[in-house]
Design a protein around this ligand. Sequence first.
Ligand code: BTN
Length: 249
Amino acid sequence: MKAFAENGLKANLYYYDSTDSTNERAKEIYEKDGVYSVVVAKTQMGGKGRNGRSFLSEEGGAYFSILLKMDGTEGYAELFEAVLFAGLAVQDVLDQCGIRSGIKWPNDLIVGGKKICGILAQAGYKGSKPEYMVLGIGINVNQKSFIGLEDKAVSIKMLSGKEFDIGNIIAKSVKYFAKYVGGGRKKAFEQYRKRCITLGKNVEVFTSDGSYFAFAEDITEEGFLKVSRSDGERLSVNCGDVSIREIVN
Ligand code: BTN
């Protein structure tokens, strides 16, 4: 992140009417030409979500990836930082559209229990050193409906009745992201803790071995979710290993 912050957001911009996944394009562009990029697509045929899921990417959404230079010294905490900055930046953009969203740890933006933005972060390593990181962001902007996903997804248009300029939403998200990078980790973490709707809730934590119920207490400096189980055991869960579901009583 340091290298990125020093360099400002000097990245090449690529646009596709349609591609499989902007994350994959950004990685391919980096592998081929060694350049840092912002890759935008009008639609994605193979949009990727977290935990191996797919991400519905029909026309009307904002689909873009930011490929960031790492300086090789970053640990998990610094990689997580980028995810956190991205979530805060998109939340600010949604605010400007009149949409109040909450951040579900680690990085889904939620309105009324439905997802309005998802972020997929992937790191590229040279040996054991992080070389780059791709932040893939999908924002539901002008979609009129999500057939079959009515209880899971919502768009800005469905909430506000208004259409928004997708290019403008992407440009602002990138700009605010750069602003959070410049503002530093401490300030962003304070904001994140305030805006994270997972904290103070009962959750179900899903791991590869099964699931358990717990109370979400805090976010660690590395970005892990600190939970306490009903048997009193306290654990820090890593977003790469688990997914969580809020329990509504
Ligand atoms: C999730 O909610 O699980 C993450 C979704 C991330 C979707 C974005 S859309 C742009 C970028 N390209 C992808 O294939 N995925 C991300």
